[in-house]
Ligand binder design. Structure first.
Ligand code: NAD
Length: 374
């Protein structure tokens, strides 16, 4: 099958990249359960028989540190830059916690996002009806849930300068981080949110802490200005503390949530539990040309690594996002998503989403179940 060349000009508000037939995918399994879950996703991707797709594997995170003494080796970064998309497992392990900060696996992840200018993180939280019982919330609160959290990924307090830990004159230590956003960064992520909402239920909730933080007061002003360009969109604003509460109280009130890096980090993990397990949530991080890095929302789960019990569905669903957003191949994206639905409908469950009466399977058996349903 050749990849579709059709291009939707309104697609996500990103600029249109010249499509070529040959597509390059960098595969970065990373640490912990990363290699196990990525293997399942690759199995599914290969079964689609996409011609002119080349895949190259490289180490990142702890694996990068072990191989080259760097959580983001130059060769891995080079590969990622030359590729059309990156499929990532997860990075991190407690055994690296004592390394100096620059060498820790998580720095590799932050750096690759920054180097590739992946400013838009898309995290859908969708509850499959079969998993309503796996959520810790009442089925009537979560059933039918379908929300998209859009998190800015390259700015905010995670990157702002100055930062660091220093000694004060009185000998005490002080930690400093700086929350920063400029107008164009806010407008850029806002546009992604509005464009995505146009294809959904046309509601955007912008989350900030404008009552206390000037950075997010500017965020609110810019979002409000931008909304004038989207008269069909219903824009609302919510303080982050209220948003954290509303996500648990009545999550179905949301369609698209757009927020900054730190608030998005926390709220998207919270939203993951609405869907039953963090093992179900894919994510996409995109640049302005729809080059993307696709990864599950969860971490490397060192507690269950190597046991073949991790849930690979978030990574398999990340492949669906890869097909949709970078390869512009909606048909195969739907095929993968439907195969996941079918495997769940047939009762296959990994340990994290197991409920009574289901077939409990391991990571690779879940991959096989999706493969069989393709
Ligand atoms: P985590 O997401 O790795 O795990 C949290 C809990 O969820 C654990 O109990 C784990 O077993 C479970 N879990 C996660 N993914 C699962 C899956 N696919 N199937 C079944 N259960 C799953 O978060 P953590 O424990 O806070 O962090 C562990 C390591 O991962 C740390 O080193 C952290 O820095 C790193 N981390 C990496 C990323 C990333 O690579 N994007 C994100 C978050 C954390």
């Amino acid at each position: 099958m050749r990849l579709s060349l059709s291009i939707n000009k309104r697609s996500l508000g990103f600029s249109i990249r010249n499509r070529k037939l040959e597509m390059k995918l960098a595969v970065l399994p990373g640490d912990g359960i990363g290699p196990e879950i990525v293997a399942q996703a690759i199995k599914v991707l290969k079964a689609l028989n996409i011609t002119d797709l080349s895949m190259t594997e490289a180490p990142i995170g702890g694996a990068g540190y072990e191989a080259f003494g760097d959580p983001l080796p130059d060769s891995t970064l080079q590969l990622a830059k030359e590729s059309d998309a990156v499929l990532l497992g997860a990075v991190g392990d407690w055994k690296y916690d004592k390394l100096e900060r620059q060498l820790r696996p998580e720095r590799g992840l932050l750096r690759i996002r920054k180097e590739l200018n992946l400013f838009a993180n898309l995290r859908p939280a969708l509850l499959y009806p079969e998993l309503a019982g796996a959520s810790t919330l009442k089925p009537e609160v979560v059933s039918g849930l379908d929300l998209m959290i859009i998190r800015e990924l390259t700015g905010d307090i995670y990157f702002g300068q100055p930062r660091g830990i220093s000694a004060l004159e009185n000998g005490e230590r002080e930690g400093v981080n700086t929350m920063r956003y400029n107008e164009s960064e806010i407008r850029r992520i806002g546009r992604v949110a509005f464009d995505i909402a146009m294809k959904r239920n046309k509601k955007v909730c912008s989350v900030d802490k404008a009552n206390v933080l000037e950075t997010t007061e500017l965020w609110r002003q810019v979002m409000t200005e931008l909304s004038a360009e989207y008269p069909e969109i219903e824009l609302s604003h919510m303080y982050v503390d209220n948003a954290a509460m509303q996500l648990i109280r009545a999550p179905k009130q949301f369609d698209v949530i757009v927020t900054g890096n730190i608030f998005g980090d926390i709220l998207s993990d919270e939203a993951s539990m609405l869907t039953g397990s963090i093992g179900m949530l894919p994510s996409a991080s995109l640049d302005t040309n729809k080059k993307g890095m696709y990864e599950p929302s969860h971490g490397s789960a060192p507690d269950i690594a190597g046991k073949d019990i991790a849930n690979p569905l978030a990574t398999i669903l990340s492949v669906a996002m890869l097909l949709r957003y970078t390869f512009n191949d909606e048909a195969n994206a739907l095929k993968v998503e439907n195969a996941v639905k079918k495997a769940l409908a047939q009762g296959f469950r990994t340990a994290d989403i197991t409920t009574n009466g289901c077939k409990k399977v391991g990571c690779s058996a879940m991959g096989d179940a999706v493969l069989a349903s393709l």
